[in-house]
Design a protein around this ligand. Sequence first.
Ligand code: MN
Length: 316
Amino acid sequence: MSILLQLAESAANANAFDFIKKIEKAAYTLHAGRQRKRIAGGRVNGGLVEIYDLEDLVVVSDLHGDPKSLFRILSEIDYEQFLSNRMNKLVFLGDYIDRGSDSISTMYSVCHLKGTYPESVILMRGNHEAAAEFPFSPHDFPYEIEDRFGHRAKEIYKKLLSMFTQLTLATLVRHNLLLVHGGLPTEDVTPANFRRSIAFAHKNQVRSRVFEELLWNDPLQIDEIRGKESSRRGFGRYFGPSITRRWLQASGAKAIVRGHEPCLGFKLDHNNTIMTLFSCAEAYPNFRAAYLRLSAAIIDTINDAKDLSPYIRFLT
Ligand SMILES: [Mn+2]
């Protein structure tokens, strides 16, 4: 049996004990990386991971309980070989759960990957991994856990919520590519306080506006002077091109990649500086699923997010 099939089967058949073990290992690994302040080829600074040296980068966006899309990507990248090289990075943009039919298998597999390849896997936090901080509905995940694990459900969900607090809020790759789940915060940012702002957001979590906005914001074509608008989502805001320019300047990046919105695999906003990527097929039949694969050499030469579009790989 192939290693991927084995993973799919253990995810589908995991009992409470197996699942808890996977969650705890992932939580430990995330915590240890932050304590050491290091990941192969880069560093970990609170909620910010910076990668300086790498070979290949794969970016996977929202999965929303769709393990089939995840396994398809893992198969296409030959994940065991890919992840065994510490200089390759597989970054998840968050929103692993809810909406699809199998959030448990998705979460189990993602925890397994982080626990097994701690130097190659970066797990970011989506707004669905912050339901305790910013309650939204529908949030099906707790019910799915209850259906499957019965009286152990509360304990499992609590462990997950605690692990979620360890997830990464922003990833900067080779000073050129900035990855977030939702969007760019509307708070003032400069090259001098860019790192501190994200480290502070991680430390203060719900008390930090930057924390909320990294998870919840969406780009919108907004009047230059106003720059932002309140969001229909209940949390976060819409941010305009002036805020994107400010974050690009502060981080030194040429392009932003984020998830959070269904689209036809990807879309570009703000004069091609922001790419939205979407990797979930099951719960969104009217959209397309895709992921991104590129090398360090490509990352070094991009001038905007449009330059990433030849490296999009469609699943559907
Ligand atoms: Mn989201």
